[in-house]
Write a protein that binds this ligand. Sequence first.
Ligand SMILES: *Cc1c(COP(=O)(O)O)cnc(C)c1O
Length: 223
Amino acid sequence: MSIAKNVENVQVRVNEACDRSNRSVHGVTIIAVTKNVDTETAEALLNEGLTHLGENRNEPFLTKHAAIGEKASWHFIGSLQTRKVKQIINKIDYLHSLDRMSLAEEIEKRAEHVVKCFVQVKTSSEESKQGLEATEVVNFVRNLIHLEKVEVVGLMTMAPYTEDEEEIRTCFRQLKNLQEELQRLELPHVPCTELSMGMSNDFEIAVEEGATFIRLGTILVEE
Ligand SMILES: *Cc1c(COP(=O)(O)O)cnc(C)c1O
């Protein structure tokens, strides 16, 4: 199948998930995750109207950014080593993997603009999943509010890879509840209006549960 067809199919499925949950399709932004494809394919996705691109490692991000530049909004979705912040921080628009104070402090030091950050939260018990425990999030965010360059636009999570729809849904609900809790605190630099959740295998559930950014790789580029 072509990229154009893949994008069209995904958009139909997002629309249907929005209908089922009484949401406006304008409230859901697709991030095309280009970590496994080349610059040419990233440009093809851009040409299909997907202007938000996501990468998870520094070098491939820098290569694509050099070629595509400001035509895209850039999302860094992978874990970011503190010593590598300076390479990328002034080229990205969103960071989806804020998970520790040392990273926030390095961003404060290196960033020349406000960086829209998602705090990454572990909502499943899968050992491999990155992020803060849900119980740690409020305290963590309270400690960030003196940082001018770190804006907590929302929360991010990855659900476990499973066939069990309820298990996935529970993770996304947990993130939504935590978002509402943070919004009620009305902390400075913490609008927390966004939810980054949902991947190729579970984006419809994520949309139904309130995702505002879905991160799609495989489903957009598969043959
Ligand atoms: C790779 C990746 C995605 C996209 O995964 P697909 O299953 O290919 O859609 C989304 N989020 C993160 C954090 C990723 O690393």
